[in-house]
Ligand binder design. Sequence first.
Ligand code: HEM
Length: 454
Amino acid sequence: MRRFGRVSAPGGASAQPVPLDQLPPGPRWPVLAQTVALMRFRHQFHPWLHRRYGDTFTVNLVPGNRPLVLFTRPEDTKQIFAGDPAVFHAGKGNAILGPVMGDHSLLLTDGDEHHRARKLLMPAFLGHALRGYRGMVAELADAEVAGWREGESFRSLGRMNALTLEVILRVVFGVTDEARLAQLRPRVNRTVEINPAILLGWAYPRLQRLGPWRRTVENQVELDRLIYAEIRERRRVDDLDQRADVLSRLLISSNEAEAAGERGLDDTELRDHLVTLLLAGHETTASSLSWALIEVGRSPDLLARTQRAVAEDDDAWLEAVLKESMRLHPIIPMVVRTLMEPTRVGEWDLPAGTTVGPSIIMSHQREANFPEPEVFRPERFLADPAPALNVWIPFGGGVRRCIGAGFSLMEGVEVLRAVFGRYDVTTVGSDVPKVRNITSVPRRGARIRVHRAR
Ligand code: HEM
């Protein structure tokens, strides 16, 4: 049977059906099997698709047999990232996150709304602001690692998750009140735990009366109550410019916009941005860090080199360790855009409605860009020139590039400094990636053992 996708003809003429078999090649399996393979077995499926179908391939997904075309060549990645944001929409691909993140989330909006929000959020994530957060992050990292027991093996992913959560609460939300922190922690944890099945079911109001959905809704209501209370109180303080946290900086950019006659951020927008930062920035950074710990911990040479970097304040090496860990162990498998009109991408003329995107997993495995791609080698990121932004793409790219990229690298450097400044780290056993909700995490939790460094 022939399958058809709908396409709007250029110039807005009436839509014509276009045979889906004009899309790049891909498996002919049942659509549910393709969806499950892509979501649950991404680390095996992307390489298999590449081996079998070449540099560009199509996977069809539920609901509605939607084609997703994945690209792996840097030139195609560059074109997608540089594409006109009016044609390459990103928000639609993330719609499933809407019930939790809210309609104003940066991840869900496109066009003018996205542009306006990005402009208001950006100052809180640039160099000057990042330097302001560094001290707080370093303190939290030191406090975390000081509590580690010598000689015992433990899952570093769990500890990194606890630490990055604390960073979000104090450095992003700027909460200092112990009582409120104690109320927020479990609520935030439960929000981060929400899995795709809960999110998919959210669209059906009747489900919201049942067990897991009801508990999720109740948790969300309570989390929102706490966040709104924090926002209201923060709006009233008279020392905003003395505070070095993301929420306070967002309020400053919002006040400046209003003073310039533009629209600032209302409470609902602020809430949506805070929840987005929480969900986008917590587990991603924790997982990257835990991969970095076990990669360094399995090689005495790398351990010695990293400890020397801490002693010599060589942040470039610590950052290279993080970048190489993000290359070899991508936390997010791909970046997606939905075409709003028929568009040629690479060698393919694709109909409107097709979702396209670079496979991060395969881009990071290209021998031409990363010789011996299976080897962990931070030196790649100290070379001149460093890997290009359409080759090393853990944070996506273009106008949608992760707004927290600089934040997470700054946070990562501080955490590595705290860990390797204090301990000899040894990796316990091996680990492989496992899909957890949207991110890929080390299946065994990235086990390590630490001894006080002499
Ligand atoms: C290792 C850590 C992280 C990884 C691997 C990561 C990865 C990504 C990726 C792949 C995207 C999509 C980019 C695109 O569509 O081109 C993204 C977007 C985003 N990330 Fe991150 N992220 C990380 C940490 C963070 C942190 C720490 C924050 C905030 C504190 C953050 C906030 C966001 C936001 C708000 C967006 C949406 C940007 C937009 O659509 O304009 N992320 N991230």
